[in-house]
Ligand binder design. Structure first.
Ligand code: ADP
Ligand code: MG
Length: 359
């Protein structure tokens, strides 16, 4: 019997930078998805999850379109492994998880990475973590049909206790960097709005197209190629909306690197200020926040947070805040009160920290 688990993730800073060849800085979360796998000689894999009512049976020669719903994430991993030339055994698998589903904390990558780890351990495969991330991404893109980048899988696979992961999407490298606010009396609070936007895909595609147009107009393949020139490079752009979208990307990349430096120096006041400027950039330049999300971030700061920002693709999801530890209850209460007074559902407030990656 093989047991394997993989965590969810939250991105500390660096939003909508991945598809622009930029920087992001996620941490792996303490919440994990656990897989128990008993291989046998069958040509099927039967999977049961404590988050789903009925088991799913997957033929080992499955292909995209054959399985829908949550089982597609598991079937996608089986398919992507076999399609990459790796034989995997059948058997029975049980899954349990405390990663919130659909909150933007990447329960999907936690599931893919845990299943992938269990299957490749059983098959005796030695895949490096970048290759594992690409297999998880293929499962999600080509089998499930969700057009997502590599950030989620890289975070789940490379996570380290007390470290954030500086990902450079230009060459797809991952550099662990110190992130331990608790040791300095600062807590990372996660405030889940519960808000889920229905039109995220279209908004995402529009932002992506703006960035691509801006890069093309400046004669480069990716916005990363003008990063060294700073925002002055954007004065050549004709469309003011594209220019603002691109300005978010360039300034956000700088904030990621500044945030890494602030955390290494244990300067969490500076780190908090970078959360605030990142949030303002997502609100004003990239226009991906909502009034509900802005209220959560603003009320956290008003109650004493060092800084707060939306995390994830936008239009809902979670806010993260760096809060002096003695103020965490006060900040949580103040945000709940402000949000419910405005007529929104009460947010879920929890304390999170950088935890270990898949294993
Ligand atoms: P997120 O990754 O932000 O949680 P997604 O929509 O990308 O949201 O992925 C959520 C989907 O992943 C769920 O709807 C379900 O199909 C699948 N999933 C994730 N974790 C589990 C689990 N433990 N058991 C069954 N399905 C899961
Ligand atoms: Mg997901």
């Amino acid at each position: 019997m093989i047991t394997y688990s993989a965590p969810g993730r939250v991105n500390l800073i660096g939003e909508h930078t991945d598809y622009n060849g930029g920087f992001a800085l996620p941490i792996a979360l303490p919440q994990r998805t656990h897989v128990t796998f008993t291989p046998d000689d069958a040509d099927t894999l039967t999977v049961l999850s404590d988050r789903a009512d009925t088991p799913v049976t997957i033929a080992l020669d499955t292909s995209p379109g054959r399985i829908h719903g949550w089982g597609a994430y598991v079937a996608g991993v089986v398919w992507a492994l076999r399609d990459s030339g790796f034989a995997v055994p059948g058997g029975s698998m049980t899954i349990s998880s405390d990663v919130p589903i659909g909150s933007g904390l990447s329960s999907s990558a936690a599931l893919e990475c845990a299943v992938l780890g269990a299957l490749s351990t059983a098959a005796g495969l030695q895949l490096d973590r970048i290759d594992q991330a690409r297999i998880g991404q293929r499962a999600e893109n080509d089998y499930v049909g969700a057009p997502t980048g590599l950030l989620d899988q890289l975070s789940s696979l490379f996570g380290e206790v007390s470290h954030a992961l500086l990902i450079d999407f230009r060459d797809v490298t991952v550099h662990p960097t110190p992130f331990d606010p608790d040791a300095s009396g600062v807590t990372l609070l996660l405030l889940d709005s519960g808000q889920r936007h229905g039109h995220v895909d279209g908004e995402y595609a529009a932002r992506r197209a703006s960035c691509e147009r801006a890069a093309a107009e400046m004669g480069v393949a990716s916005l990363r190629d003008v990063q060294h020139r700073g925002v002055e490079a954007l004065s050549a752009l004709h469309d003011p909306v594209d220019a603002r979208r691109a300005r978010h990307v360039l300034t956000e990349n700088d904030r990621v690197l500044d945030f890494v430096a602030a955390c290494a120096e244990l300067d969490f006041a500076a780190a908090g200020a970078l959360f605030n400027s990142s949030h303002a950039s997502m609100r004003d330049d990239f226009e991906i926040t909502t009034e509900h999300i802005d209220l959560i971030a603003d009320s956290a700061v008003a109650a004493g947070a060092l800084g707060a920002r939306m995390t994830g693709g936008g239009f809902g999801g979670c806010v993260i805040a760096l809060v002096p530890t003695q103020l965490t209850l006060k900040v949580g209460d103040a945000v709940r009160a402000a949000v419910t007074d405005a007529g929104y559902a009460e947010p879920e407030v929890s304390r999170v920290y950088a935890a270990a990656g898949a294993g």
